[in-house]
Design a protein around this ligand. Structure first.
Ligand code: HXC
Ligand code: NAP
Length: 294
């Protein structure tokens, strides 16, 4: 099985202009690269302009596409408005907003300063809100139709998770915003969807969530029923589909791509995976014998 294959046909995103926040690294970069291969014009944004410029150069050389690097801290509404204006100035329009930028680190919550908690809420929730509001107002004011917002959340947006409480709190808010606007803005021709990825190795996430030898101690692949982490192309395939016109009737959905990871933690008897095959004969006869005694 080759799950790193590319899914959509050539030119599936031709004519689309896409802004990817946090597009200079990690999953944002992987999605950007595939969007460009599919013919989209893209703008990538984050705080670090030098990183964005290097990524844009690399991806333009690799795909022959156009990539506009724009510095923008999503926490600042004025910067988001300027980023939107620069994108429209370059491409004439924008069709798709991908809210991918995020911040996160692990910590017992009681050790966090108020500012540390705020920092994550500001990047993830306020940042996604700033971009969504600016782009939504722009599309609605200009009566533009067939627009799409895609938000990257996490599976703990609905389960919650210890030790990443600011991130869980913020991602839950982003998910609520996704579903709310899917209904409210559908009348303006704007779709809103989300992807909830499981473990996809990236430097940005994994150095902060599994520092030092935690990577070896907590092998995240072991938590996944499919016994592996995700491949970036698998996520890019899903994102490309959701922002494309092939998904024109998909609205208000959150699609989990985690190999079954979160459900494994949720099912009450899932821990019975640990029972070896040969023990099941014995267990079954023990259970059956209860029927005769009761
Ligand atoms: C406790 C911390 C901390 C830590 C920072 N702070 N790191 N507190 N533990 N490890 C505190 C600081 O002391 C400060 O509070 C406040 O947080 C802000 O810190 P700054 O360094 O000034 O913030 P800033 O420069 O804005 O950087 C933001 C950041 C950083 C979030 C702290 O890590 C970052 O830039 N991250 C971006 C990339 C990222 O995180 N990627 C991962 C996404 S993964 P005080 O009170 O001292 O001022 C993800 C989900 C993955 O989201 C799910 C995987 C399965
Ligand atoms: P990453 O490489 O660290 O990506 C985060 C990006 O956000 C960076 O490019 C960063 O760029 C940008 N960013 C951070 N703060 C910003 C700000 N204030 N303004 C603008 N941009 C900012 O991590 P990743 O793993 O690719 O994560 C991408 C997305 O996937 C995130 O939404 C994350 O929550 C989600 N996710 C990842 C995993 C995983 O296993 N990797 C699992 C579930 C969900 P700068 O530093 O240049 O600003």
């Amino acid at each position: 099985m080759d799950y790193s294959q590319k899914m959509l046909r050539d030119d599936a995103l031709k004519g689309k202009t896409i802004v990817i926040t946090g597009g200079g690294s990690g999953l944002g970069k992987a999605m950007t690269s595939y969007f460009m291969e599919l013919g989209a014009e893209v703008a990538i944004t984050s705080r670090n302009l030098e990183k964005l410029e290097n990524t844009a150069k690399e991806l333009e050389a690799a795909t022959g596409g156009v990539c506009l690097p724009l510095q923008c801290d999503v926490r600042e509404y004025e910067q988001v408005e300027a980023m939107l204006a620069a994108t429209v100035e370059k491409f004439g329009k924008v069709d798709i907003l991908l809210n991918n930028a995020a911040g996160n680190f692990i910590s017992p919550t009681e050790r966090l300063s108020a500012n540390a908690f705020d920092t994550i809420i500001d990047i993830v929730l306020k940042g996604s809100k700033n971009c969504t509001l600016a782009f939504g107002k722009h599309w609605i004011d200009n009566k533009e139709q067939n627009k799409t917002i895609l938000n990257i959340v996490t599976t703990y947006a609905w389960t919650g998770s210890a030790y990443v409480v600011p991130s869980a709190t913020a991602k839950a808010g982003v998910l609520a915003m996704t579903r709310s606007l899917a209904v409210e803005w559908a009348k303006y021709g704007i779709r809103s969807n989300a992807i909830a990825p499981g473990p996809f190795p990236t430097k940005g996430a994994w150095d902060r969530l599994l520092p030092g030898d935690l990577k070896e101690k907590f092998d995240l692949a072991k938590k996944v029923p499919l016994k592996r982490v995700g491949d970036h192309q698998e996520l890019a395939n899903l994102a490309a589909y959701l922002v494309s016109d092939f998904a024109a009737y998909v609205n208000g959905e959150v699609i989990t791509i985690d190999g079954g990871e979160w459900l494994k933690g949720a099912g009450q008897f899932n821990l019975l995976e640990a029972v070896p095959e040969e023990m099941w004969d014995m267990l079954e006869s023990m259970i059956r014998s209860k029927k005769n005694n009761s």
